[in-house]
Design a protein around this ligand. Structure first.
Ligand code: HEC
Length: 125
């Protein structure tokens, strides 16, 4: 009962907040003539996991820097369309258009591939 009352009260409080805050969204068409976002800027969205300039990798995180352009596009489209099921990448790839994926492919494929720093998968003592 207490929980229901709290939920109702917080909904009323939220409603009051929503009424007082006027949020105006710019329609997507307003950006239609903007310069396309570069592959580098799009690729920066991947830094949190794949490292700055796609250069971080380890046993569980594949590198993006230096990846073959066509392979990158094929993988991203497969993630986007859900034909290659993954834990993370299906949701990451979904919002990108084919053109954006191609721009990122140009960017990452032109970066130098990083050498594998470990010679063994076992921790050195
Ligand atoms: C939240 C972490 C995260 C973010 C952000 C992220 N990735 Fe990934 N990425 C992963 C993981 C984890 C994998 C391994 C597959 C899986 O489990 O999803 C992966 C795999 C990939 C692969 C496959 C590489 C291979 O050799 O198989 C590509 C290509 C890729 N990511 C591209 C991107 C791009 C481009 C972005 C940014 C638009 C991005 N990722 C953002 C975590 C992430």
């Amino acid at each position: 009962m207490k929980r229901i009352l709290l939920t109702v009260l917080s909904c009323i409080a939220c409603q009051g907040w929503a009424d007082s805050a006027v949020i105006e969204f710019t329609p997507a068409e307003a950006f239609a003539k903007d310069k396309p976002v570069s592959g580098q800027v799009l690729g920066d969205n991947c830094s949190a996991c794949h490292g700055t300039h796609g250069a971080f990798f380890n046993e569980i995180m594949p590198p993006l820097a230096g990846m073959d352009r066509d392979t990158f596009i094929r993988l991203m489209l497969a993630f986007k369309q859900g034909v290659r099921p993954t834990i993370v990448m299906n949701d990451v790839a979904k919002p990108y258009s084919r053109e954006e994926i191609e721009r990122m492919a140009d960017y990452f494929s032109n970066l130098p591939a990083q050498p594998w720093s470990r010679q063994t998968l076992h921790e050195e003592k």
